[in-house]
Each structure stands twice: as structure tokens, then as C-alpha cells.
Design a protein around this ligand. Structure first.
Ligand code: SF4
Ligand code: SF4
Length: 413
């Protein structure tokens, strides 16, 4: 697509990147077919090609309006369009650039600005968020339905293995996962222990930064990345062999660190090494398949009533990390029979803070996703990302868990 960027951005890093992305787009429109918001609204401007046009116009000097901002706000950043695109258009990077420019020209006001400010400041602070979550859990049954669906019942991380191992992996505790679903990292720790790997967490690491980036606070996201790199670096320079991510949303974002910090002379090289050292938990476990197989073979057979399972592959797993089929294979090897799930490429509507900021669209996507997951009559639903797990659980009575918790439970049987 031919572009003529305006002077205000042409010679910047963002401008050069946007131009390169825009030039790749051949305007074929294949991406619209797999875009969840285009499917809901049927409006070109609520699909990737239309949004690319809007961003192009703004970067070429057109004045954006609140309507421009609305169409960009409605995007889930799910990256389904990137998977479909035959030209390799890195749409979400263009979206981040476009959102930042549009927001600077059409500033937010009133409750929208307040809500985004609150999310930016609360969610990444795990101590503050943990205290708020604990309070919510203590009065959970008294909460109104919508709020209750966002507050999971109090749970624990379960037993911690006592032995150490020469092989060590650094896990990211994250911001909301420890207080909402502590058993995810608890289960990861136990499964890795059985495979002869010790899971460690770095003091000082926190939110991966995805929350702030998606709320157009790129500088805050860079600060989050630098803080995590500082916390991980001594361990990586020591005896840790790498990093393991238990939330695919965090993992997908950590892989962006090299790009985020490319212009930072103090962190660019370190960020690139972090990216190379980071793996999703499914990649780690899959690489240990030979050690896992005899452990699973020694387990009790899975009861017939628990065998049928629906797996929701988060957008961050299938479109962000491009990991497809790995978790499914692990679950099958653990004795589960996976049900067919229609439109499995579509977002569940969680999408970071999207479920709070765009509740109506989010709930429509949630309802579609729950229907698709429940259609095969599973006994439970598994996923791979804290946001999806909470969001899907809010729409169904079927138990929704992280898949590593199921492997942990199988190994304990
Ligand atoms: S990221 Fe998702 S919601 Fe946004 S344009 Fe692409 S497919 Fe549509
Ligand atoms: S599929 Fe790719 S090249 Fe085609 S319109 Fe969408 S982003 Fe552009």
C-alpha cells in the first residue's frame, strides 16, 4: 500500500516501522473473515483492513475523531488477522502506533479516562491488586453478578516441593495470577519438579507490562520490562537455564521486549537475550515428553466421567506465540479426549482489560465461546491464560482450569 507519512512521524522509529507495515498490506481483505469484531458488526471499520486504513490516514496527517478512536478501541489485539494475513502484516504493532497517535490527538475525558487510569495503576501492582482481590473474595457471595464473575473463590497454591534440582527455570509470578489462581504456578512447580527441574521466581519481578501497553502507556510498559530484566538477569547469569511463562498472554508480551527496548542502549541486548531464553510452559513440558510419558503411564486411569475435555487456545497462544497443537497433544497423552470446538481461532472476549472497557462486545464473544466449548458435552474446560480462564468461567458452570493443573492432578493420581 503506497504511503506518504506526515512530517510529525515520518522520520521517527515508529514512523519507519508503520511505513514498512503499511507497505506490506496489499489490501486483499482476507483478514476480515477471521476478525471477531468484523463478524459482530459487519462494518469494514471494525475489521483489520478498515482499521489499517484509519491508521494510515491519521499517520498521513488526517485529523482523527472520537469515532476513529472508537474503532481502534474495539479491536481486541487478538492477532487473529495476523495469522490469516498472507503478506505477513504485523497489524498489532501498527495498531499500537496508531492508538498512541490517536489518543494524543483525541485525549480521553471523564469516566473513560478515570477507568483507564485506575486499571493502569491497579492491575500491574500485584500487592495492591492482591489486597483488593482478597477483599472481594471475602464478600464474594454478596457481590452483584457481573462483579462476582470476575472474582474467583479463594484458593491456594497447594504443596511446594521441598527438594532442589540442578536444572532451574525462572517463572514469572505476574500481576493478577498469584491472587486469582495461585495453583497455576503451584501446579507448574510440582510438574517441573517431577521432571527434575526446579521452578524459581525472581524477587522484584512483577507485571510483564502487557496491561500498560494495551492501555497506551508504552513508557510504563518499558519500565515494567526493565524492572523484570533487572530481576531476572542475575539468575540468568547464574545457573537458571531460562524463563518459563505460565500465562500465554504474559509470554507473548515478554517476546516483545526486544522490540520495546530496541532504542534503549542499556537494555536492548539484555532484552534480546531474554526473548531467546523465554518459553511457554507447554514448550517446556513438551520438550520433556520422554520423561513425562512413564510418569503418566503410572497414573490411575482417568475416570470415564472426566475424560471429555474442551480446550480453549488463547489468542496469545495460537496467534501471538504461534503454538498450536502442543497443549492438545499433552492433554491427550494424559488421557483426555478433546471435544471439537467451532471457531476455535476466535477470541473469548477477555483480551486483557477489554472485558472491562468494552463489556457488551466482550460478553457477546464470551457467550459465543462458551456455547462453542460446551457443544461437545465436556466435563470441564481447559485453557492456558489467566484472563481467558476467568472470563470463560464467568459464563459457564463447567469448571475452567489451566491445563497444567490437570497434568499436575493426573500425576498426583
Ligand atoms: S487484532 Fe483481532 S479484533 Fe483486532 S483487527 Fe485483528 S482480528 Fe480484528
Ligand atoms: S490480509 Fe494482510 S494484506 Fe490483506 S488486507 Fe489484511 S492485513 Fe492487508
Amino acid at each position: 500500500m503506497e504511503t506518504h507519512l506526515a512530517d510529525f512521524i515520518r522520520h521517527t522509529t515508529a514512523g519507519r516501522e508503520a511505513e514498512e507495515i503499511l507497505r506490506r498490506c496489499v489490501h486483499c481483505g482476507f483478514c476480515t473473515a477471521t476478525c471477531p469484531t468484523y463478524q459482530l458488526f459487519g462494518d469494514e471499520l471494525d475489521g483489520p483492513r478498515g482499521r489499517i486504513y484509519l491508521i494510515k490516514q491519521v499517520l498521513e496527517g488526517a485529523e482523527p475523531t472520537e469515532k476513529t478512536r472508537l474503532h481502534l478501541d474495539r479491536c481486541l489485539s487478538c492477532r487473529s488477522c495476523e495469522t490469516t494475513c498472507p503478506s505477513g502484516v504485523h497489524y498489532t504493532r501498527l495498531l499500537d502506533i496508531g492508538r498512541e497517535v490517536v489518543e494524543s490527538k483525541v485525549p480521553r475525558t471523564g469516566s473513560d479516562a478515570l477507568m483507564r487510569g485506575a486499571l493502569k495503576n491497579l492491575l500491574p501492582r500485584s500487592t495492591l491488586f492482591g489486597a483488593a482481590m482478597k477483599l472481594g473474595q471475602s464478600v464474594r457471595l454478596l457481590l452483584p453478578g457481573v462483579l462476582r464473575s470476575k472474582v474467583p473463590p479463594l484458593s491456594s497454591a497447594g504443596p511446594t516441593p521441598q527438594r532442589g534440582h540442578a536444572r532451574k527455570l525462572i517463572a514469572l509470578a505476574g500481576c493478577v495470577q498469584p491472587s486469582m489462581y495461585p495453583n497455576v504456578n503451584g501446579a507448574t512447580r510440582r510438574v517441573l519438579d517431577r521432571l527434575g527441574i526446579e521452578m524459581i521466581e525472581a524477587v522484584g519481578a512483577g507485571c510483564c507490562g502487557a496491561v500498560r501497553l494495551h492501555l497506551n502507556a508504552a513508557d510504563g510498559a518499558r519500565d515494567d520490562a526493565r524492572r523484570n530484566i533487572d530481576a531476572w538477569w542475575p539468575l540468568l547469569e547464574g545457573d537458571a537455564e531460562g524463563l518459563v511463562m505460565t500465562a500465554s498472554g504474559c509470554g507473548s508480551h515478554v517476546l516483545e521486549y526486544a522490540h520495546l527496548l530496541q532504542d534503549d542502549p542499556d537494555y536492548a541486548v539484555k532484552a534480546a537475550r531474554i526473548v531467546l531464553a523465554t518459553r511457554d510452559i507447554s514448550e517446556v513440558i513438551s520438550a520433556e515428553a520422554a520423561a513425562l510419558a512413564p510418569l503418566l503411564a503410572a497414573c490411575q486411569p482417568l475416570p470415564e466421567s472426566e475424560r471429555l475435555l474442551a480446550f480453549h487456545s488463547p489468542c496469545s497462544l495460537q496467534h501471538g506465540l504461534k503454538i498450536r497443537g502442543t497443549v492438545e497433544s499433552l492433554l491427550t497423552s494424559a488421557g483426555y479426549t478433546l471435544t471439537a470446538v467451532a471457531d476455535s481461532h476466535l477470541c473469548c472476549g477477555s483480551a486483557g482489560t477489554y472485558s472491562v472497557l468494552q463489556p457488551e462486545i466482550s460478553q457477546r464473544l464470551q457467550a459465543n465461546k462458551v456455547n462453542a466449548l460446551a457443544a461437545g458435552g465436556p466435563a470441564a474446560i481447559a485453557s492456558a491464560n489467566v484472563g481467558c480462564i476467568g472470563h470463560i468461567q464467568g459464563g459457564t458452570d463447567l469448571p475452567v482450569t489451566h491445563w497444567i493443573e490437570l497434568i499436575d492432578a493426573r500425576l498426583a493420581s
